[in-house]
Write a protein that binds this ligand. Structure first.
Ligand code: PAF
Length: 282
């Protein structure tokens, strides 16, 4: 596995690959790699000649007071995992090179970024869209891979790629879960053992929403109330939002008549956890 730290070196390597007619699959991450990332890498390997993985804890997607400084960082472990997973190129840019003095260009996707997590994390998606576009310009991938746990992020990236006419396929992969259902996330490392038990309530609430819809419930208020009850039974949990919404616009829906997304964000201890599932009605 080749490790590249400078933007110009990464750019040069990608240009050579393109000239040789090879396809590039790109997995952007903030590190603290887990099985969810490995699934993205595996898929990228199957679909491309070369796989680039980036690790960059992007300062501009964290609001003041959020966990930028405490975000889990373990370069050695990540390098081993990336190499064992078959990554060809590991790109580790520095914040100084990504955002030098005088930096003042940002990408703002409107509409869908104002809902769900956007209501609680001001500027977050602007930071995500900006860094992802920069990384796309540097790596020049044919395909880029994102996890569906961050459903809203995936939608924002798809919107940006579409609106800005980028010639990149955005491939999304289902959420990978622990045995008890907790969605894998780098932020799960913040949970102590008691909080880890409480964290399963997110999955239980989503499962309940699925079961209610399967049993014929269509009134989203009733489903949300039941999800809320499950999460509130964990004293450590504080709900940011629970929403049942249109999977394309993320706007709340009252009655389920077709596909609907159940999405939630809950704070447990120092961790802000998000999860979602698709509620289908044919
Ligand atoms: O999902 C993440 O890890 C980050 O938001 C991303 C897409 C790498 C941008 O910093």
């Amino acid at each position: 596995m080749k490790i590249i730290t400078s933007i110009s070196d990464m750019h040069k390597v990608s240009l050579v690959l393109k000239r040789e007619g090879r396809t590039i699959g790109f997995v952007p991450t903030m590190g603290a790699l887990h099985k969810g990332h490995v699934t993205l890498i595996d898929k990228a390997k199957r679909e491309n000649n070369k796989v680039v993985l980036s690790i960059f804890v992007n300062p501009i997607q964290f609001a003041p007071g959020e966990d930028y400084h405490s975000y889990p960082r373990d370069k050695e472990r990540d390098e081993i995992m990336a190499s064992q997973s078959g990554v060809d190129i590991l790109f580790l840019p520095s914040a100084d090179e990504m955002y030098p003095d005088g930096y003042e260009t940002f990408v703002n996707v409107e509409g869908i970024t104002e809902l769900l997590c956007g209501k609680f994390r001001h500027g977050h998606f602007k930071g995500v869209a900006t860094v992802v576009l920069k990384l796309f310009n540097i790596v020049m991938p044919d395909r880029a891979y994102f996890g569906e746990k961050d459903y809203q992020q995936m939608l924002v990236i798809k919107r940006m790629v579409n609106d800005l006419n980028l010639n990149i396929d955005i491939v999304s992969m289902p959420t990978i879960r622990e045995e008890d259902g907790l969605a894998m996330s780098s932020r799960n490392t913040y949970l102590d053992s008691g909080e880890r038990v409480s964290a399963v309530s997110l999955y239980k609430a989503l499962k309940t929403s699925e079961d209610m819809v399967k049993n014929g419930e269509r009134d989203t208020m009733k489903i949300i109330n039941e999800m809320e009850r499950i999460i509130r039974s964990e004293t450590a949990a504080k709900i940011d939002y629970i929403s049942i919404c249109d999977p394309d616009t993320l706007k709340d829906i009252k009655t389920i008549n077709g596909r609907a997304l159940a999405a939630l964000s809950v704070r447990i201890g120092n961790a802000r956890l998000i999860d979602n599932c698709m509620l289908g009605v044919k």
